[in-house]
Ligand binder design. Structure first.
Ligand SMILES: Cc1cc2nc3c(=O)[nH]c(=O)nc-3n(C[C@H](O)[C@H](O)[C@H](O)COP(=O)(O)O)c2cc1C
Length: 368
């Protein structure tokens, strides 16, 4: 007697019926799997790496202060730098002043940005205290006027990324999504948590589904806690969302977009990178940073990212720490030689690496 199992085989997660390809207005995305902004991590070298691996539908910058953009401060201009392979490319802006946000949107359009995303989900105190980020969900009238004005000031698609609401008593995302669609917003991305939750608890997929049901035409992008192809399958199936955006899961596994597209088109997918492939990726990302900033500044600028790469690669703690002490290119070369020779502390260098943990702000939200 043969046994029928519903358990998916490794690399062959079951497939839902996929919605049509995702477009933001006239802009057709490369796939329905998007990179979610992670301030401090999803910089241009990382986004370039993700595009080069393939499968990603759209990449977006970290949140950019609209006012600082108008001052054209060098740090802000660096945030919106892009490269040829990064297409399509979106910039996420935050702010609460109508004139400033519209001017920033126009500036981005003249610089050739494909799409503008409005941040309405950031829970961090310094952002919400200025009336930006998630606090916009507490002022519907003002927020809708702001969104209408931005949409009217540019021809490129404008999208919104938001949370389910401010807290469990104000789950306003479906209301906003419906109003945004009327205002001409091209898509909404929804992180399935409230602002009060921060990054705690689990993602409420039922809440995301209510957003999907609230709109008529525009795509809804589901977001939160997707780490694997199987997680994406659950997100698509349970919420009916049209696309999935992935933040921390992409830092842990930059191959995830390629795996997802393979899965969608063929039903199976290849493995994530091995130790040696991750080492090559890390060195490549470092080179991109060094091309822009020079090797010595890149060594300092890469410390935060290296910390997580090395954790994901299961490098022993002392050797991980030694990256933070490197001061010059010779030290870096020696470091990479040692790393290549030593390999991971557990597992082997050609096998798939286990998942990596990405920290999120913790503790009471008021202290973030
Ligand atoms: C370190 C960090 C930085 C983030 N920066 C941004 C940001 O700049 N803009 C934004 O819209 N969301 C930001 N987020 C939220 C993520 O885009 C995403 O909504 C959230 O992490 C849930 O998705 P994930 O589980 O796939 O990471 C950030 C999250 C983290 C952990």
């Amino acid at each position: 007697m043969s046994v029928v199992t519903e358990q998916p085989q490794l690399g062959a997660t079951s497939r839902p019926t996929f919605p049509p390809p995702v477009s933001y207005g006239a802009l057709r995305l490369r796939s329905r799997y998007l990179l979610s902004p992670l301030a401090g991590f999803t910089n241009m070298p990382f986004r370039r790496i993700v595009h080069e691996i393939g499968g990603v539908g759209l990449t977006t910058t970290d949140l950019v202060n609209a006012r600082a953009l108008l001052y054209q401060s060098p740090k802000t201009l660096e945030l919106i730098e892009t490269c040829e392979v990064e297409s399509p490319f979106a910039v996420q802006i935050f702010g609460s002043d109508v004139g400033t946000m519209c001017d920033a949107a126009r500036l981005l359009e003249t610089r050739g940005v494909d799409s503008i995303d409005i941040n309405m989900g950031c829970p961090v105190r310094r952002i919400v205290a200025n009336g930006s980020g998630a606090s916009m969900m507490c002022r519907p009238d003002e927020t809708l006027s702001l969104v209408r004005a931005i949409v009217e000031s540019v021809r490129i698609p404008v999208t919104v990324k938001m949370r389910l609401g401010w807290d469990a008593t104000q789950l306003t995302a479906p209301f906003f999504a419906r109003e945004f669609e009327q205002a001409g917003i091209a898509a909404v991305a929804i992180h399935g948590r409230t602002r009060e939750q921060g990054f705690s608890g689990s993602v409420d997929r039922d809440g995301i589904r209510q957003v999907v049901e609230a709109v008529e035409r525009i795509p809804v992008i589901g977001n939160g806690d997707v780490r694997t192809v199987a997680d994406a399958e659950v997100m698509l199936r349970e919420t009916g969302c049209h696309g999935v955006s992935i933040g921390r899961g992409a830092l842990a596994n930059p191959w995830i977009f390629r795996q997802l597209v393979e899965w969608e088109t063929t039903g199976s997918f290849g493995p994530a990178g091995t130790f040696d492939e991750r080492l090559a990726l890390m060195q490549q990302q470092f080179r991109y940073l060094a091309e822009r900033h020079g090797t010595e500044s890149a060594i300092i600028g890469f410390r935060k990212m290296a910390h997580w790469y090395l954790k994901a690669m299961h490098v022993r703690a002392k050797l991980r720490h030694e990256f933070q002490l490197i001061r010059d290119p010779d030290g870096l070369d020696r470091y990479f030689e040692t790393l290549a020779a030593e390999g991971p502390v557990n597992g082997n260098r050609t096998g798939e690496l286990p998942e990596m943990h990405i920290p999120v702000p913790s503790g009471p939200i008021e202290r973030w």
